[in-house]
Design a protein around this ligand. Sequence first.
Ligand code: ADP
Ligand code: MG
Length: 213
Amino acid sequence: MSVDAAWALRWIEASAATVAQNRDYLVDLDRAIGDGDHGENMDRGFTAAVAALREAQPGTVAEVLKLVAKTLMSTVGGAAGPLYGTAFLRASKAAGGGDLDGAGVVALIEAALGGIQARGKATAGEKTMVDAWTPALEAARAAAEGGADAADVLDAAATAAEAGAAATKPLRATKGRASYLGERSIGHLDPGAVSTSLILRAAARAATEGGAA
Ligand code: ADP
Ligand code: MG
């Protein structure tokens, strides 16, 4: 079982829906340790991405992700815009020209994390979205090595991202706006790690609910 362009389109639609549903939650999280714009930024970006995809109707996973990257870069703003933009751009390059099997999904997540780290220079444990993407990649790799198909690799990645996001609570931020708070960033979830977990859960759901090829 692999995932195709229709999956990628469902993924971004589902991401837009979950980000919209969790808009106020993400605002609250970002208000606690940032400037409160993360929910609004992400909602604007994914709404614009869905509109752009409906207009352009791209035919491959790579083309979908490339258009998402461009749209997020130009609409999200803040730190998250360039970070997610780079993640989707690198993921698009890793996707190649066809559908993705389990190993292909691992390559996509690896490329996304690589892009985020190239941009933001954060490593695991600094209370950023890297703390969701890193365990997601590790879990995806382990699942693929065990023979999991694309949908099961995505499910493993999403579950690990959710745990990774939850585990940002006790961390002290040393990158991004939250780092200005020092010790006072402890005891709050990182908004970008939470939005990452929402987006990866949307990817997993899009693979099972839409009937992967
Ligand atoms: P801003 O901080 O500019 O207001 P957002 O609120 O949209 O931007 O996004 C904040 C999120 O961006 C943080 O919760 C964190 O996950 C992520 N982030 C910030 N800086 C970095 C970085 N250097 N590397 C990875 N992620 C980062
Ligand atoms: Mg913010």
